[in-house]
Design a protein around this ligand. Structure first.
Ligand SMILES: [Zn+2]
Length: 155
């Protein structure tokens, strides 16, 4: 990811299309699509695909950190301790789920800060083997059987 890629350019109260996010961050729109595949959440059931600014900013911040410091599958990055931590009690909660991605949160065992990480469905499966993943009732209805089409260019 280029050095110029600055999460603070993203306005958290705005939504962005793939094209808007790409031009804002000076990257190719295929790069943004790759982020979505990688776990950047999007608004479901809307075309064109919309990315929430708040989610995009968190995603970029996390990407920046994980480039510096690669978390293991059972770890999350603590912003306060500035290091990867296995969440307290080996418990994470599914904080948000969309068709394309999941956001997990857990508590730092050292300082008690809330830690976040994004996980694709595949990674979530691997995480479930290592940690207890709590899924709040409000998220249990999410229908995952409808995979997101990322390459939606009309041909
Ligand atoms: Zn910490």
């Amino acid at each position: 990811m280029p050095k110029t890629l600055n999460p603070n350019r993203v306005k958290i109260h705005r939504n962005y299309t793939v094209e808007e996010a790409a031009s804002l961050l000076l990257v190719h729109k295929n790069t943004v699509r790759a982020w979505i595949k990688d776990g950047l959440p999007v608004c479901d059931e809307r075309r064109p695909t919309l990315i929430l600014g708040a989610q995009l900013r968190i995603y970029l911040q996390e990407k920046r950190q994980s480039r510096k410091c690669k978390c293991r599958i059972d770890e999350m990055y603590c912003m306060s301790c500035r290091s990867p931590k296995r969440p307290a009690g080996d418990i994470v909660e599914l904080a948000q789920a969309s068709v394309s991605a999941n956001r997990l949160s857990g508590l730092c065992p050292t300082c008690g800060s809330l830690m976040n990480r994004f996980a694709s469905d595949a990674n979530l499966k691997r995480i479930k083997e290592k940690l207890d993943v709590c899924i709040p009732k409000s998220l249990q209805h999410i229908n995952k059987s409808n995979p997101l089409v990322v390459n939606s260019d009309f041909s």
